[in-house]
Write a protein that binds this ligand. Structure first.
Ligand code: URA
Length: 434
C-alpha cells in the first residue's frame, strides 16, 4: 500500500477498507509513517468524515494496538463510566463508590488531564498517600476485596490513540465525530469492562456545543460499543456552566466527599444519582434504571457510599482522615472573590472560560510536563438563575501565586453575565441514548 494514495483517497471523499486503515494506524504507531502524512490524513478525515464501518475498523485497530485488559478474575458484571469531559466534573469520585455500595464491582482506569482541571487520577493524588499506580494483581484483589479500585491508565492501553491524539491536539483535528468516537471507545473497549455508560456533555464547556452534535456522538459511540458486544448506553448532560460548585483538584475531592455525605450541591448530586442508577442497572443490580436511582439515593442517605469511598482510599494507601478533615489535603495560601457588579440574575457562566481560568490558577496543565497545584481552583457561590445584589460574592479563586489568581479573577469576570430577567431553567439531563 502507498500512504500518499490513501491520503488522496480520503481527501477525495472515498471510503477506506479495514486493511487500508490498519496500514495507516500501524505504520504511524510504529514510526514508519511520519507526522506530516498522518496530519494530512487526519485533516482529510476531519473534512470528509468516515463511514460507520470505517469508524468501527479504526476503533478496533486502535484498541488492539496495545493490551486488552482481562478482568475475568473479578466476579460480577464490571461497568465502566466515561465522561467526554467537562468543567468541575468529579462524578467518577462519587458514582464509583455509590455503584460499588450497591454491589457493582468498579475496576476503573482513569486518565490525567491536559488543560482545564486535572483528570480523576490527578484529583485522587490530592489525597495524601493515595497510590494511583498499583500492580494489576493488587488492582484485581482490591476490587474483589473492597468492591472498588481506581487507578491511572497504563501506558499499554491503546498506544496508537495516544500518539494520534497528541497529533490531533496540535493539528486542529480533534473535533471530528469519528475520530473522537474511535479515540474514546478504543480505550474503553481495551479497559475490559462488560458494560459502558457514557456521559456525553454538551454546551459551552464541552467538545460538542449543541445537543444535536452531542446526540450524534452518543449514538455513534453506543453503536460502536454494541458492535464490540458490550452493553452500552449514553446520557447527554448539560455543560453550559461548571458542574457543582468546585473546580480544581483538592476542591473537587472536598465537594465529592460532601456529595457522598449527602450534603453536596444539588446539580451534581442529581447527576450522580442518575449516572450511578444507570450503572447499577447495567450491572444487573436493579431491574430498571429508576430502581437503580432509588438504590443510589439510598446509598447516599445511609452512608454506605461514603464507607465505600473510605474503603477505596484505605485500600490504595491514602489517608482516610481527610474525609473528616479537609485541611489534611493541600490548601491554598490566597483567595480572591469575584463580587457582583450589579443587581439581577446570573444569566450565564461560560463553562469553557471558567475551565481556562481555573487552569491558569495552576489547577490544570498547559503542557504535559507541568506540575499541578493541587490546592488551586475556583469555588462558585452562585449559579445560573440565582439572584445577586451588587457586592455579593459570585465565586472565589484559590491559589498560591497572587499574579495567577489575579489574572484568573479577570477571566472569570468575563465569563459571567448578570441580567435583569430570570433565565429559563435548562435540564441537566437532556436525553438517554441506548
Ligand atoms: N477524549 C479522548 O480521549 N479522545 C478524544 O478524541 C476526545 C476526548
Amino acid at each position: 500500500m502507498n500512504t500518499v494514495e490513501l491520503i488522496t483517497k480520503k481527501r477525495d471523499g472515498r471510503v477506506l477498507t479495514e486493511a487500508e486503515i490498519e496500514y495507516l494506524v500501524k505504520g504511524y504507531t510504529a514510526g514508519d509513517i511520519p507526522d506530516y502524512q498522518m496530519s494530512a490524513f487526519l485533516m482529510a478525515v476531519y473534512f470528509n468524515g468516515m463511514t460507520k464501518d470505517e469508524t468501527v475498523a479504526l476503533t478496533q485497530i486502535m484498541r488492539d494496538s496495545g493490551d486488552v485488559v482481562d478482568l475475568s478474575a473479578i466476579d460480577g458484571i464490571k461497568v465502566d463510566k466515561h465522561s467526554t469531559g467537562g468543567v468541575g466534573d468529579k462524578t467518577t469520585l462519587i458514582v464509583g463508590p455509590v455503584a460499588a455500595a450497591c454491589g457493582v464491582p468498579i475496576a476503573k482506569m482513569s486518565g490525567r488531564g491536559l488543560g482545564f482541571t486535572g483528570g480523576t487520577v490527578d484529583k485522587l493524588e490530592a489525597i495524601p498517600g493515595y497510590k494511583t499506580s498499583i500492580s494489576e494483581q493488587e488492582f484485581m484483589d482490591q476490587v474483589n476485596d473492597k468492591g472498588i479500585s481506581v487507578i491511572g491508565q497504563t501506558g499499554h492501553i491503546a498506544p496508537a490513540d495516544k500518539k494520534i491524539y497528541a497529533l490531533r491536539d496540535v493539528t486542529a483535528t480533534v473535533e471530528n465525530l469519528s475520530l473522537i468516537t474511535a479515540s474514546i471507545m478504543s480505550k474503553k473497549l481495551a479497559a475490559g469492562s462488560d458494560a459502558i455508560l457514557l456521559d456525553v456533555k454538551c454546551g459551552s464547556g464541552a467538545f460538542m456545543k449543541s445537543q444535536k452534535d452531542a446526540e450524534k456522538l452518543a449514538e455513534l459511540m453506543v453503536e460502536i460499543g454494541k458492535a464490540d458486544g458490550k452493553e452500552t448506553m449514553a446520557m447527554i448532560t448539560d455543560m453550559e456552566q461548571p458542574l457543582g460548585n468546585a473546580i480544581g483538584n483538592t476542591l473537587e475531592v472536598q465537594e465529592a466527599i460532601d456529595v457522598l455525605k449527602n450534603c453536596g450541591p444539588k446539580d451534581i448530586t442529581e447527576l450522580c444519582i442518575a449516572l450511578a442508577g444507570m450503572m447499577i442497572y447495567l450491572g444487573k443490580k436493579a431491574d430498571t434504571p429508576e430502581e437503580g436511582m432509588q438504590k443510589a439515593q439510598r446509598a447516599l442517605e445511609d452512608g454506605s457510599a461514603l464507607e465505600k469511598f473510605r474503603d477505596l482510599i484505605e485500600g490504595q494507601g491514602g489517608d482516610t482522615a481527610i474525609i473528616d478533615n479537609y485541611a489534611l489535603m493541600p490548601q491554598a495560601e490566597f483567595k480572591l472573590d469575584l463580587e457582583a457588579w450589579d443587581d439581577g440574575y446570573i444569566a450565564s457562566m461560560d463553562a469553557m472560560k471558567f475551565g481556562l481560568a481555573s487552569q491558569h490558577t495552576g489547577a490544570g496543565r498547559e503542557r504535559k510536563e507541568d506540575e499541578i497545584d493541587m490546592s488551586a481552583g475556583i469555588v462558585l457561590a452562585k449559579k445560573i438563575g440565582d439572584t445577586v445584589a451588587a457586592g455579593d460574592v459570585i465565586c472565589s479563586i484559590y491559589g498560591n501565586d497572587m499574579k495567577k489568581i489575579q489574572k484568573s479573577l479577570e477571566e472569570v469576570r468575563n465569563a459571567v453575565r448578570i441580567g435583569i430577567k430570570k433565565p429559563e431553567k435548562v435540564d441537566l439531563i437532556k436525553k438517554i441514548v441506548k
